[in-house]
Design a protein around this ligand. Structure first.
Ligand SMILES: N[C@@H](CCC[C@H](N)C(=O)O)C(=O)O
Length: 279
């Protein structure tokens, strides 16, 4: 059976998008996704995203496999790419700019903006230890500036869930962090029973952050949308950041806001089609 796909990226965080609208189960297995994501023997990507029929009154459902085959709850750059992909699929039948997408993290709404960017209502951040989940602290308490031992060093970490789990550390210089070495140690630390995405943040100013990320299930990526959102929330919780900031990633900038009005997080950034193909 031939399967068509489109390769997209959001700031270099790249995905294989599959039109899965005729079935509510992904047409590929996690093992097949791992093979397709391989950058030498496959197409090459950080993950595979499936556009499935909507559930519970939503327009569509998004499912995603990381490049290691695990299934995360949400993906910020991925949902912007999905919005672009859906607009392409609907073509002349497209009658709206805003999609309500069912995800494992709840309903997320990306909106196609006139300038080609995609603005996403990412919902509420979840802050309690049991919601991350992490054993760093009591279940019903926020994890802010908590000590964590990794690689013989004590890191001061703040944890935020954007549906998927993030552990954020503010550092003097992001370039000096040896991500390849300590990323996997954070990801598999026993304090995080569902593993963790790890962000290192250098504050340039209260509204400009530089970020590098080690993603759960994907390793070093050029950008992480949920990670940028979680990092701004961590910056506000620790008193370091304003409510709106630019988060600069290796792949480019994202604009993030944790709204004081409705307490939801908004992310704005690009989604670029790269090529289409057939498996
Ligand atoms: N790159 C994504 C996050 C993808 C999922 C992540 N690896 C996880 O396992 O939680 C983003 O842009 O948010």
């Amino acid at each position: 059976m031939a399967i068509e796909f489109t390769k997209y990226h959001g700031l270099g965080n790249d995905f294989i998008l599959i039109d899965n609208r005729s079935s509510s189960l992904p047409v590929l297995t996690p093992e097949q996704a791992v093979k397709l994501c391989d950058r030498h023997f496959g197409i090459g990507a950080d993950g595979v995203i499936f556009a499935l029929p909507g559930e519970n009154g939503t327009d569509y459902t998004m499912r995603i496999f990381n490049s290691d085959g695990s299934e995360p709850e949400m993906c910020g750059n991925g949902i912007r790419c999905l919005a672009g992909f859906l607009a392409d699929l609907e073509g002349e039948f497209r009658n709206k700019d805003l999609y309500r997408i069912h995800t494992l993290a709840g309903v997320i709404t990306p909106q196609l903006m006139p300038d080609g960017q995609v603005k996403v209502d990412m919902g509420f951040p979840r802050l309690l230890a049991r919601e991350i989940p992490t054993t760093l602290g009591a279940a019903d308490v926020k994890v802010i500036n908590q000590p964590l031992e990794v690689a013989g060093q004590t890191w001061e970490v703040t944890c935020v869930s954007m549906g998927n789990p993030h552990c954020i550390t503010f550092v003097e210089d992001v370039v000096a962090i040896s991500l390849e070495t300590i990323g996997p140690l954070f990801e598999h630390h026993p304090a995080f029973p569902q593993r963790i995405n790890t962000e290192f943040i250098q504050l340039v100013s209260r509204d400009y952050l530089k970020m590098r990320v080690w993603e759960r299930g994907a390793g070093i990526t050029l950008a992480c949308g949920t990670g940028a959102c979680a990092s701004l929330v961590a910056g506000v919780l620790t008193g370091k950041c304003d409510r709106t900031a630019i988060v600069e990633l290796p792949g480019g900038p994202l604009q993030i806001e944790w709204s004081e009005i409705d307490q939801r997080v908004y992310m704005t950034g690009p989604a670029e089609r790269v090529f289409t193909g057939k498996l």
